[in-house]
Design a protein. Structure first.
Lengths: 491, 181
């Protein structure tokens, strides 16, 4: 070893800890300095300067999508392992059907940190063919708008082993291949079976009800049809993801085919979801063209969330990069809440409205702009050019403000990217829970610096567990080794 | 690192938590750096305290251009350098680089601050002239480039590289058993 290498190694080993006395002195100074600044802080209300110079839809998407879409991602996962009896005839009848259509209306209400309140509606028409696949035509409340409606088409195409989502308003589409995109390396057939479960296929719902405890509600009548009802409130429904679930299935008493299904449940106590399946048409004729997604020219592709180990690691890394620590918990609602709370705090510390308006006026004056139209023209300039022009014209004080905005924008763009990654993480963990793979997560005590501590683990077979460590490398270990590793974790 | 940018962003807006987080994140590294430069823990903690007091006062105007860790390390190095100059003036030591012995190499701290394992290194560092020690520590411990150190010390990059070579040679010979007791 060269002498310099040796000295380098020794110097890198130097390590002192700040004393408690220094800690007290610095924290005390922080308290004093900031108490003084708080006294002089204005009571102006909060944001928003964004729209003036750098309007960025990513900001809104980040906040809304983090919560709403993550919730929706978890809404349609159904699973179960036991076998039932009383609804077996209905299932047998439904499974003989080659193609069917039904409508579904979902209303989601509630409030969470980061989003004052939500009342989101989703109307879907679903067509399923054993030959071609499933198509969803969706109209829903824009999670980023003020009650605006947006549309989506969603296709699950088993023959092509692909799932495609088209978002006309955003001019985007998302494509997810089935092969190699599953948590535990199942075959693509397994993945297809899972896709059925994830997309509210009535056949899977009936199986799910059969797998749980349910009660016979007796006879009734819906739209002139004599029906028999079945109610299910088993907490096991949905793999434990749904809380206070109340599911009622009404079946045509003569044809033994479903007529209506009502679902009410909560997610994370804050979000109430009510969903009704109605207008069911069994054995309809369908055309292959109906299952051919048309992606208009100019639509851009966006990356799909993936419920894989790699996707989960990407999500953990992304979360830690932005927030400086791993999520406390990985179930969908806690994850969404933690992210939303962070975003709320982040958004709340913006330049206040008064300053924003003043800055707007100064920008207008600087460019001799007379009205909003001209300001909009400025807004159309490429980002860098726009910023450069503004920076050239403004005095130093305003430059500081613009710099702050730019800094925030960069962070928000990262958060926008993070939304998909967090969805991947949440979905991956939820899949592990639902598949009963004994997942355990230690994000509250393990940090990115803990290279040899178990962050997340799950069972892959009777003799093996998969472990993601604090530094995000993954290994397969024996149960004995896992016990040894977990024994080192803080109690 | 993005987390640092976020912390600075919050810090600019008066977040106490962000400031505390910054302090907690870097305090040990900064105390170690200052102690290695001044070979005295008590002065090192004073330096880190001064740096954070100054940092707090400039919360609104502070702009991060490089890394936060690099910025704080530079502040510590500047403060330690000033402190060392004042100490040299006070004790009227000569300024001939080749002959200067650290002002506080007599301090019992100098040999023991980094624990028994690194005792010899602590002692050897304490015997290096301040400028050489600064170059060595900033380059090897803080990962600072010679050009940046030259800018800080107000000398040419050749001088900095020369100081680094001298420091390495002296340390090597001292660590090979020639440490003066």
């Amino acid at each position: 070893m060269r002498p310099t290498d040796n000295i380098n190694r020794l110097i890198k080993k130097l390590k002192l800890k700040a004393s408690a006395s220094l800690d007290r002195r610095v924290h005390n100074d922080i308290d004093i300095a900031l108490a003084e600044s708080e006294k002089t802080e204005s009571a102006h209300s909060k944001p928003n300067i964004w729209r003036i110079v750098m309007k960025n839809p990513v900001v809104k998407i980040a906040v809304a999508a983090a919560v709403v879409l993550v919730c929706l991602a978890g809404l349609h996962l159904w699973t179960g392992t036991k076998s039932g009896v009383a609804l077996a005839d209905v299932l047998a009848k439904v499974e003989q059907v080659q193609a069917f259509m039904y409508k579904m209306k979902t209303v989601m209400t509630g409030a969470m940190p980061g989003i004052p309140s939500m009342n989101r509606e989703m109307d879907c028409t679903i067509t399923t063919s054993n030959t071609y696949g499933t198509r969803w035509d969706i109209t829903m409340t824009d999670p980023n708008g003020h009650g605006d409606k947006i549309t989506e088409q969603f296709y699950v195409l088993p023959n092509r082993k692909v799932q495609i989502q088209i978002m006309p308003e955003q001019k985007k589409y998302m494509q997810m291949e089935f092969d190699g995109n599953c948590s535990t390396k199942q075959s693509s057939d397994d993945m297809l079976a899972k896709m059925k479960k994830q997309n509210n296929d009535p056949r899977e719902m009936i199986k799910q009800i059969m797998n749980c405890k349910y009660t016979d509600l007796g006879r009734s009548e819906i739209d002139g049809i004599k029906v028999e009802g079945f109610r299910m409130t088993d907490p096991a429904f949905g793999g434990g993801v749904m809380e206070d679930a109340n599911i009622v299935l009404w079946v045509d008493a003569e044809k033994w085919l479903p007529v209506r299904m009502e679902m009410d449940f909560k997610m994370g106590k804050q979000i109430q979801i009510s969903s009704v399946i109605y207008d069911c048409q069994w054995d309809v004729s369908v055309d292959a063209n109906e299952f051919e997604p048309i992606i208009p020219e100019g639509f851009t592709s966006i990356k799909a969330p993936s419920s894989t180990e790699d996707g989960a690691i990407e999500g953990l890394k992304s979360f830690a990069d932005i927030l400086g620590h791993y999520p406390k918990k990985l179930n969908i609602m806690d994850l969404a809440q933690e992210l939303a709370a962070f975003l709320q705090e982040f958004a709340a510390t913006d330049i206040n409205t008064g300053e924003a308006l003043q800055l707007s006026e100064k920008i207008k004056a600087a460019f001799k702009l007379k009205d909003e139209e001209e300001l909009k023209e400025l807004d159309k300039l490429p980002e860098e050019e726009k910023i450069k022009k503004i920076m050239e014209m403004l005095p130093e004080e305003e430059k500081v403000k613009i710099n702050k905005i730019m800094e925030k924008k960069k962070i928000m763009e990262k958060i926008g990217d993070m939304t998909r990654q967090i969805q991947s993480l949440g979905r991956f963990y939820m899949t592990l829970v639902q598949e009963k793979k004994e997942p355990a997560y230690y994000g509250e005590s393990v940090t990115p610096a803990d290279t040899d501590k178990v962050l997340l683990r799950w069972k892959t077979s009777d003799s093996e567990y998969r472990v993601i460590f604090g530094d995000l490398h993954a290994e397969t270990v024996t149960p004995e080794k896992l016990a040894e590793l977990e024994a080192t974790l803080p109690k | 690192m993005l987390e640092d940018k976020l912390l600075v962003w919050k810090f600019n807006r008066g977040s106490k938590d962000a400031l505390r987080h910054i302090y907690e994140k870097y305090k040990d590294d900064l105390v170690t750096l200052a102690a290695a430069l001044l070979t005295d823990v008590s002065s090192a903690e004073d330096v880190v305290h001064d740096v954070f007091v100054c940092f707090i006062r400039h919360s609104e105007k502070f702009r991060l251009t490089g890394t936060l860790k690099g910025y704080l390390a530079t502040c510590v190095a500047n403060n330690a350098r000033n402190r060392n100059k004042a100490r040299q003036k006070h004790t009227s030591y000569g300024l001939d680089e080749a002959d200067v012995v650290s002002a506080n190499s007599n301090s019992p701290n100098a040999t023991a601050i980094f624990g028994e394992e690194l005792r010899q290194l602590g002692l050897a560092l304490a015997q290096l002239p301040y400028e050489q020690r600064e170059v060595l520590i900033l380059h090897l411990y803080s990962g600072m480039r010679f050009r940046a150190i030259a800018g800080q010390q107000g000398v040419s990059i050749n001088t900095v590289q020369g100081r680094y070579r001298y420091a390495v040679d002296k340390l090597r010979s001292m660590l090979n058993g020639e440490v003066r007791k």
